[in-house]
Design a protein around this ligand. Sequence first.
Ligand code: CA
Ligand code: CA
Length: 439
Amino acid sequence: MKRICITFFLLGFFISLSARNYFIAVNGNDSNSGTIDSPFATINKAQSLVEAGDTVYIRGGVYKVTEEQVMKYKNIWGLVFDLEKSGTKDKRICYFGYPKERPIFDMSAVRPTDKRVIAFYAKGSYLHFKNFEVIGTQVTIRTHTQSECFRNDGGNHNIYECLAMHDGMAIGFYLTQGANNLILNCDAYNNYDPVSDGGSGGNVDGFGGHPLNASSTGNVFRGCRSWYNSDDGFDLIRAHAPVTIDHCWAFLNGYKPQSNKPAADGNGFKAGGYGMLAEVKAPDTIPMHTVKYCLAYYNKNNGFYANHQLGGIAWYNNSGYKNSINFNMVNRKSAAEIVDVNGYGHTLKNNLSYEPRQRDKQIANVDLDKCNISNNSFLPNSMTVTDDDFVSLDASQLMLPRKADGSLPNIDFMKLKTKSKLYKAGLGFSARNNENIIK
Ligand code: CA
Ligand code: CA
C-alpha cells in the first residue's frame, strides 16, 4: 500500500513538473500528435491542450488564418484566438516563434460580417507571446469601429515580446484591463483602415494603453516602435490607471502607410485625456502616466501630447524632432469645466526639442508656474540646439532591423555628440538612464 502511494505521488510529481512542448507548422495537421516531427496546424488545437508551464512553438512560414478558426463571437467582436487559459508565476504558458524562424499570421481572410476582429485576445494571465508577426487584420464595418491585432483584456503579468503587427487595418496592441503586463520590443507599422468612417483611419494607433479600472496598474511599454499608423503612435486616452512608456520610438504617424498623405490624429505619444464630452466620465483619481527616454520624429501633429489630460504627466528624457509641435502640454481645466487651459501638474525634465515644423513650437500650452520643469533644451531657459549637436540626423536609421535579442537597433540618429553641451546636461532619449537626475 505504501509503495503504491509513493508511486502515485511520484507519478503526480512527475506530471506536474513535466512542461510539454507543442509545435505548429504551416504543413501541420491538427490530427497529428503535436511534436516537432508531427506538428499541429493551428493555434486553436495547441491552446486546447496547453497547461501552465507548456510552450507552443510556432515554426516559420505564413499561416493563412481562416474565418472558420474564429474561436468565439462575443457581442460585437470576433475573437480569433481566444486565449483564456492561464499560467502561473513560475509556469507561464508560452506562444513562441521557433528560435531563428519568424512565423507570420496572415489575417486577411478573416472578414466576419458586422464584427470587429481581435486576432489574439488574452484574458488569461502569465502568458508569454514572443517572436511572431500579425499582418492583414481586417475591418468590415463601415461605420465607427476598430479591429485589433492583440488585446489584453483582463490578463495580468503577460509578456508581449518581439512581435510585429503591420500592414493591416487594425490597432497593433490594445490594453483594456489587467495589471503588470509588459509590451517589450514590439513594432507596429503600416496600419490604416480605409473602410470605416469614410476611410479616415482615425482609430488605428500603433499601441493603446486604456485601462478601464484603477486596479490595472503596472503596465509598461518598453523598447517598442510605432510608425506609419494612420492615427497615433502610442495612445493612453481614457486610462483609469497609470501607464509607463519607456524607451519607445514613434515616427511618421498620422499618415497613410509609406506616404505623405495625411490621415488622422498623428500624435507620437498621446499620453492622456478623456475627450471633451461631458458624458465621458473621468476617474476620480487622475492617473499620472510616465513617458521617458522616448523619441518622436515627424509625426503629423504633436510629438509628445497631453491631450486635454485632467492632470499632469511625467516626461523625462524625451527627444522631439520635426513634429508639428514637439511638446504640447494642453490640459482640460477640470472634470466639470470642459475648456482647454495651459498644462498644469506636468513634470518635464531632461527633454530635448529640435526644429518643430511649426516655428518656435518646441513646447506649447504650458503653465510654467503650475509645472515642475527643469533642465530641458527649452523652458524655462532655452539652450541653443544646432545640427552639430547630433551625431546624425538620418531618420532612415529608425527603421533598421532589431538586434538578435529583439532590442532596438543602435542608432546615431538624434544621438548627441559627447562634446555637445546637451550631452553634458544629460538631455534626450539617448542619455544613459540617469534616474538620479530625473527624480
Ligand atoms: Ca483618433
Ligand atoms: Ca488614437
